[in-house]
Design a protein around this ligand. Sequence first.
Ligand code: UD1
Ligand code: CA
Length: 446
Amino acid sequence: MIVLAAGQGTRMKSPLPKVLHPVGGRPILGAILDAVASLAPERVVVVTGPAQPSVAAFVQARGAVNAIQDPPKGTGHAAQCALPALEGFSGDVLILYGDTPLLTPETLAGLIAAKGPHALALLGFTPLDPGQYGRLILDPDNKFLLRIVEAKDASYTERAVRFCNAGGFVLDAVLLRELLAGLANDNAQGEFYLTDIVAGARAKGLKAVAFDAPVDDVMGVNSQAELAEAEAVFQKRARLAHMKAGVSLADPATVYFSADTEIGAGTTIGPNVVIASGVTIAAGVTVKPFCHLEGVTIATGAVIGPFARLRPGSEIGEDVHIGNFVETKAAKLDKGAKANHLTYLGDVSVGAGANIGAGTITCNYDGFFKYRTEIGAGAFIGSNSSLVAPVSIGDNANVGAGSVITKNVAPDALALTRAIQTDKTGWAARFRSMMRARKAASAKKD
Ligand code: UD1
Ligand code: CA
């Protein structure tokens, strides 16, 4: 199969190549490759531009073949550039555009089924506003395709057609080679249009059909506004899918998921929660409102938030409590540990049942390097303590509130670093009467 991804994406007005823009935290191109994986294609060739090393690297990381189109001269020319990589391949070839992040395996299966005995099948759709999409021109019986006309080349009556080209073609490899060899660029954009293969097939007396796909599945992303639209559709689908799998969402429209989010049944997620990439939440977890989660695994029984920020590398164990204004990064908390208020836990392991008091900070960075903190099982860290890493607190040790810990603390010990308290009997009362007298004297002078 071939994915065309060499276009400049100029309408995005962004330094990031269009196909690497994320939808649900996953690059558009990745979403397409994931949808296509359901068809188990023999070969996957992605056509990229010469000045897109980041796209080429992404393609290689995904185990696909990268073909270069230099310079880009249209979608038909892009498909031609993929042909050497299909050398020796026979059978049907699927060609997709690289800017359709919402394609589903079901729609691809529908396209392939629609081809049946015909020479060519393509993905069509009927958007509310056909805008710049290519128009599908059908025969008088509305059965077979005569040709595709790009909006820029269309006559007034052709532009009124609402059945459009979504960008997905399936046809035999031998025919594809023949049709691509016959393309010309005598059109409004001076490009070689892949869409002209439909008229080419027709000229050979072959039949081409369109599969009418759901609009949401095939929308193309060409601008930032369309990227946001695609994201909205992705989120709507993700919310429904997670609820269907048994996740409770009190206010679904305010919870944001990523393509790789995994959540077990019976987990509850409150309003205004953002789940960025790399999050796995077990069954029976409670995530309270206003949390931001990224790169974290959360075990069953854990209670998170409200207002918690869990950053990459965090492993939240069973029944752990993470409360308001707590930030974790590369923090592993074992069963039943608690950090309920106003705390930073970075590069740390916290043993089972340990209690981290309000305002505790792991000082993990000296401006040059990061260091680890180990907190033992059952340890009790008093409020407003700074643990200056590298440092370890032994099992069941206590740290007195307000301590700055720079040395390891032995198991079962109490570590205190604050000054000894001194009480001066009656001092406050004497101070008040002295100051009141002073104020009265200065008022008289005025
Ligand atoms: C294209 C179709 C149009 C269809 C629409 C669906 C053509 C001529 N037009 O228009 O009929 O309705 O998609 O979304 O095919 N690309 C290359 N090399 C190039 C040009 C483009 O690889 O030289 C790639 C792009 O990276 C993109 C895809 O092909 O992923 C489609 O190109 P784009 O410029 O977005 O085409 P549209 O104008 O949207
Ligand atoms: Ca497009």
